[in-house]
Design a binder for this molecule. Structure first.
Ligand code: MN
Length: 196
């Protein structure tokens, strides 16, 4: 999991941390208007929904995000919102053009596991295109192996989350309208600069 400083102990009330790079930093691949509304609108809404849901659940207020997103003890409203925060943070962190992290070795792991970067991308892009309606494609590590999985809505898949692409229409509609493939290709360029 890609963690920001303090995530390990972060709990209710959650705050929308600064993005860490400019909303225009990913132009022309991911446009400024989309980045702004996605971060300050959609992600911020998940954070306030999560806080509202947790306000009524004192027993869950000390739990970290990853536990809230997957705990069967958590009400649906908490799990869904926590998943929305977790998935969006991973998505924005992966695109951070200033990221300096040990995951740089991920490219090597990907080549070993998938045979080549191209084979990985083929599988990943197909998965992202196959999501029916809203959801994500993820690269995760589970039992020591890398695998590509999809998840509907804000479900958080089990395993160590390494990379994700948000394919909800809000992630691309302003710039690409219904052309999900164009958005995924643009997103891929951003990720390749960071990881490959
Ligand atoms: Mn989103």
């Amino acid at each position: 999991m890609l963690l920001r400083g303090g995530d390990a102990v972060e709990h209710y009330p959650f705050v929308n941390l600064p993005l860490g790079y400019g909303f225009d930093a990913l132009e022309p691949y991911i446009d400024e208007a989309t980045m702004r509304v996605h971060y300050e609108g959609h992600l911020a809404n998940y954070i306030s929904s999560l806080n509202s849901a947790l306000e009524k659940c004192p027993a869950l207020q000390n739990l970290p995000l990853c536990t809230l997103a997957s705990s069967p003890r958590a009400p649906e409203a908490v799990r869904r919102s926590a998943g929305g925060v977790l998935n969006h943070r991973l998505y924005f962190d992966c695109m951070n053009p200033y990221r300096k992290e040990p995951e740089l070795s991920l490219a090597g792991d990907i080549r070993r596991q998938f045979g080549s970067a191209e084979r990985f991308w083929s599988e990943f892009v197909s998965a992202a295109m196959s999501v029916f309606g809203s959801g994500y494609a993820f690269l995760i590590r589970r039992n020591g192996s890398l695998c590509v999985v999809t998840a509907a809505n804000q479900t958080v898949p089990p395993g160590e989350l390494l990379l994700c692409v948000d394919v909800w229409e809000h992630a691309y509609y302003l710039k690409h309208q219904n052309r999900r493939a164009d958005y995924i290709a643009a997103w891929r360029t951003v990720i390749e600069k960071n990881f490959f």
